[in-house]
Design a protein around this ligand. Structure first.
Ligand code: ADP
Ligand code: MG
Length: 214
């Protein structure tokens, strides 16, 4: 569960999940942005799927995450590219030279990535961005780790917290990103970036449960 196998399987599962929701993510972005979030993310995910055989040759978990981060920056257009890129590059730095990732490494990596997004986005929670899914998921996973819960339960806690965060984005006004131009009119709409984070965590949780059952 902690080796390269889970890393590669999770990249595949996340990519497939995002591609399956491309239209929905575009629809959400269309309401409060420019309608390209699904297209942006799906293009990146298709490239990651193509890169998987090459990544399977790589033994360093940090280098795998670094490759994904660089792909985000070069392949995802708009503001999401540097934001997701920073997430993965920050997570990569925490794992350079590691040939496997223990459960605690996954949680620390998620924390590092979240801080990276906050830093580069100059944004915090409550601004109707992906951080409204990232921060609560980070807290929930830290807590579950401290309680000694299983990897599956930690991911479930993260996915559930992200889902609540996504619901919360509907109730608030955007103060960052394109949606901020709408002011009060952004209220009532769900943030696409937060939705992507939720989908990623849900896919990872499902995969962890499936791999445990094997
Ligand atoms: P663009 O806004 O350039 O079209 P996308 O549509 O791909 O890029 O991504 C939009 C998402 O990026 C938003 O839904 C939001 O979650 C996230 N986002 C935008 N600005 C910021 C920021 N400053 N900090 C964190 N996340 C942000
Ligand atoms: Mg957009």
């Amino acid at each position: 569960m902690t080796g390269k196998e889970f890393m590669l399987a999770s990249l595949k599962a996340i990519s497939q999940e995002i591609i399956a929701h491309e239209e929905e993510l575009n629809r959400l972005d269309n309401a409060i942005g420019d309608g390209d979030h699904g297209t942006n993310m799906a293009r990146f995910c298709r490239i990651i799927l193509q890169d998987l055989p090459e990544l399977a040759e790589q033994e360093d978990m940090g280098k795998i995450l670094q490759h994904v981060g660089m792909r985000c920056i070069t392949e995802i257009g708009g503001s999401a590219g540097p934001l997701f890129g920073k997430f993965y590059l920050q997570a990569a730095m925490a794992n350079m030279g590691n040939s496997c990732m223990e459960v605690a490494n996954w949680v620390v990596s998620f924390e590092e990535g979240t801080m990276g997004v906050s830093q580069i986005g100059r944004s915090v929670e409550g601004e109707k961005t992906m951080l409204d899914a990232l921060f609560p998921a980070d807290r929930a996973m830290q807590e579950a780790l401290e309680e000694g819960r299983s990897f599956q339960d930690i991911l479930l806690a993260g996915a559930e917290a992200a889902q609540k965060g996504v619901e919360y984005t509907k109730t608030i006004q955007a103060s960052k990103g394109r949606a901020a131009y709408l002011g009060m009119r952004s209220i009532g709409h769900q943030d696409p970036g937060a939705t992507t984070i939720m989908l990623m965590l849900q896919a990872m949780h499902r995969l962890a449960v499936e791999m445990q059952a094997e």
